[in-house]
Design a binder for this molecule. Structure first.
Ligand code: AMO
Length: 434
């Protein structure tokens, strides 16, 4: 049996006189002697429960007076239109039941009135998410996921789930988490890269996956975590430009969806969301180096990976979402396809927000011999990739794809300081609980 008839947000003054049952947390108790206010909070907001001492049964009034803040309660009462109350109504209680008592003192102030350090908030994340500002972020994240999935379905993609316990690395240069897998060595996957490509050989044509990726990097930055959620896609009979189009569409649709469906959450965050302008500018790697030089950041040479400082300089020059294209083949993974007439440049791209990278992608090498030689060129052993290479030898279509970091999308969309604010239970070098 569902223990409520309404969320606080479903009630309005026109329900005057109707009996309702609310369930939630005792957000605030204000006892003024002659009158006592209990504010009940649920996911959809706050409801004021009003008790005039003279007109309220003693045991009911006593149970409210003894209630500890943040206890879980269920209130049966009647709606009374009251222009002075928040949302224009109050609840005159008939009965109150305590379903879960809260200890005091609380580890954190859930009203959001008292600021707390990020670490303190993360230590008691369950309590932190009771704060409207934190909840709003995760409601918006849910909307972003809903919108991304819808964009994929609208473009004929199938949702897939691939293994997270794997035998090999996929991305050069990023460290792996080893795990003990019976008598063998295994790892947590860095990316669904090899699997989504194999599904192109399987004829699934267009697939997407939203799931965790694990990177054993020791950096402690505002945009890296050791476990991140990657939104991955792979598309057959398509090139890098086609998948950039899907990425641009997915991003813009996500902004629009949040703008239309998360008004209350955006208000809580005092945000006026602006949908990025399209088409996103395409800046080649070489142009980016020139722009950086003009901006007084001449430290990079062609073939170097773009460092954080240059990335920031580019972000402030360009000032909006952009694609960084045509990367040197030597610094993009072996699976990225070099241009036929310029093998030192690859059909790889990143999607950039002015403050950080959001996604990487490429047209892929689909010729097995070329793939083996690219794997060797990058100092890797093709034997370790046999299960993957096999899928290329029996009819692999041309294909392209990308991976987009969900935490970074939400962080940049909402202007958050730290990716940890956009991840419910973040994992970093220091944090393994909660
Ligand atoms: P890449 O390694 O660039 O590409 O990862 C894709 C996107 O995932 C996000 N991301 C992270 N977010 C937070 N913390 C991290 N440690 C972290 N690492 C990655 C970023 C990044 O842009 N296989 C390719 C994708 C492809 O080509 O399809 C890949 O994994 O937003």
């Amino acid at each position: 049996m569902i223990l409520r008839t309404h969320y606080s947000g479903d009630i309005h003054p026109e329900l005057d006189g109707q009996e309702v049952t609310l369930a939630g947390w005792a957000h605030e108790i204000r006892d003024l002697g002659g009158i006592c206010f209990l504010v009940l909070r649920d996911r959809e907001g706050l409801a004021q429960v009003t008790m005039v001492a003279k007109r309220t049964e003693k045991p009911l009034l006593e149970s409210v007076r003894q209630l500890s803040r943040e206890s879980v309660i269920r209130v049966v009462g009647s709606v009374k239109a009251e222009p002075k109350a928040p949302r224009g109504y109050e609840i005159i209680p008939i009965s109150l039941e305590v379903l879960g008592r809260a200890d005091s003192p609380l580890p954190l102030d859930p009203t959001g009135k008292v600021d707390a350090e990020l670490d303190t908030r993360l230590d008691s994340r369950f309590m932190d998410i009771r704060r409207p500002g934190s909840l709003a972020v995760f409601r918006i994240e849910s909307a972003v996921l809903q919108s991304l999935r819808q964009t994929f379905y609208d473009h004929g993609f199938l949702e897939v789930i691939t293994p997270k316990i794997v035998a090999t690395a996929t991305e050069g240069g990023t460290a792996l988490f080893p795990i003990s897998y019976f008598e063998r060595e295994a790892f947590l996957n860095q990316s669904p890269q090899l699997y989504k490509q194999m599904l192109m050989s399987a004829g699934m044509d267009r697939v997407f996956e939203i799931g965790p990726i694990f990177r054993a990097e020791e950096h402690d930055t505002r945009r890296h975590l050791n476990e991140a959620i990657s939104v991955d896609m792979e598309m057959s009979f398509a090139d890098h430009n086609d998948v950039m189009d899907v990425l641009e569409r997915a991003m813009v649709e996500a902004y629009r969806f949040v703008q239309e469906n998360c008004k209350r959450d955006l208000d809580v965050l005092h945000l006026d969301l602006v949908v990025p302008k399209t088409p996103f500018r395409k800046v080649t790697y070489s142009e980016a180096l020139d722009l950086a030089k003009e901006a007084g950041k001449p430290t990079m040479e062609w073939g170097d990976d773009i460092d954080t400082e240059t990335e920031r300089a580019l972000g402030s020059i360009i000032g909006e979402h952009y694609f960084l294209t045509d990367w040197p083949s030597s610094i993009k993974p072996y699976y990225s396809q070099p241009y036929e007439d310029r093998p030192d440049v690859s059909k790889a791209f990143d999607l950039m927000h002015p403050s950080m990278e959001l996604a990487s992608g490429a047209q892929r090498v689909h010729d097995p011999e070329q793939l083996v030689s690219r794997i060797k060129d990058q100092g890797l052993d093709p034997d370790g990739f046999e299960f993957y290479l096999k899928a290329f030898r029996y009819g692999m279509p041309p294909h392209a794809g990308w991976g987009l970091g969900l935490g970074r999308v939400v962080t940049t969309m909402l202007g958050l300081e730290n990716i940890r604010d956009a991840v419910i239970f973040p994992r970093d070098r220091r944090r393994l609980v909660p």
